[in-house]
Write a new protein. Sequence first.
Length: 370
Amino acid sequence: MHATFGVEEEFIFLDRETLRPADVAAPLFARLHEDPEWSATTHKEFLASQIEHASPVFDTLGGALPVLSGFRRLVADEAERVGVLAASIGTPPDTLAFPSITHDERYQRIVRDMAGLIADHQMSGLHVHVGIPDREAGVIALNTARPWLPLLTAISGNSPFWRGYDTGYESWRTVQLRRWPTAGSPPRFRDANDYDRRIRRLLGIGGMTDLALIAWNIRLSEHLPTIEFRMADAQLTAEDTLLVAALCRALVRHAIETDGRDIEETDVAPELLSAAVLHSAHAGLRAQVYDPVLGELADARSVLDRLFALVGPQLEAEGDLEVTAELVARLTQLGTGAARQRSAFLRGGGERLGRLFQTTIAGGPTEWAA
């Protein structure tokens, strides 16, 4: 039986010349929301330049790819119609001093509560939801997965540019999010009661007015029977998204099937995990990544191979082993989204970067999705 999963992908509209956010999301959302095929999965987002696709529930990668690609093509077509670019990236290459916010009372309250933080809160993420039988299983999965967050961050970096310059980081979005009151990686929890007690103690502190504002890299959903991975930048292509989803799903299934047997072996202190995630946000797959089994930095590819071997039985059980191996090989060949962005910019500046956004957001489904 397949473990279910779904993804939330945030897309941003950009001015073609400046690559700054273009505040055109409201009319485009209205058009997409009227389409019966997409109305249930099209959502407004925090920025007036963003739109979100909250996917249906999937049980296979092959079934997910055409849906994700279809929505991306629709977004790209709508952007083309109004003369802007649609991009799937963690941060826009350039921005204004303060973003335009979607007209929504909750969003306006967040701006009031968070004040100056919002100036730099111009980012798009990929959130992967994996189905869990209950919250106890979710805490086991969370405790098992958290030591692998440095690797998952390294794989998914796609935000090297910010305010017109190269930050030197693969995921500048990760750096920006660390200002949030509950950003970064969660602590280890004893059980579901411990998790629920501790998150509720956060309410009312630092602008945390509701549980949905808890922005840990991984958390339990409060409205779905899922565990949610939030460390990833929005990914250039649908295939990039599905590689992240496949690894997250396999890691959760491994944790539940083994009843968290790896937790003690790979557990990492909060301060070390925090530093390791920031290390990955900086270096990506270009250098070393924290290896939770060795308890130290190691060659990025060897750590990726270690995770792949760990969850190999789960990937095989889902029918994902061959496809995920193909996607890992593709990642190794092409590099992360951040690496591809840098390469495009070095070859042709902002024009070449914009062309990369345009060609990657809506690439067609590959053969294995048929």
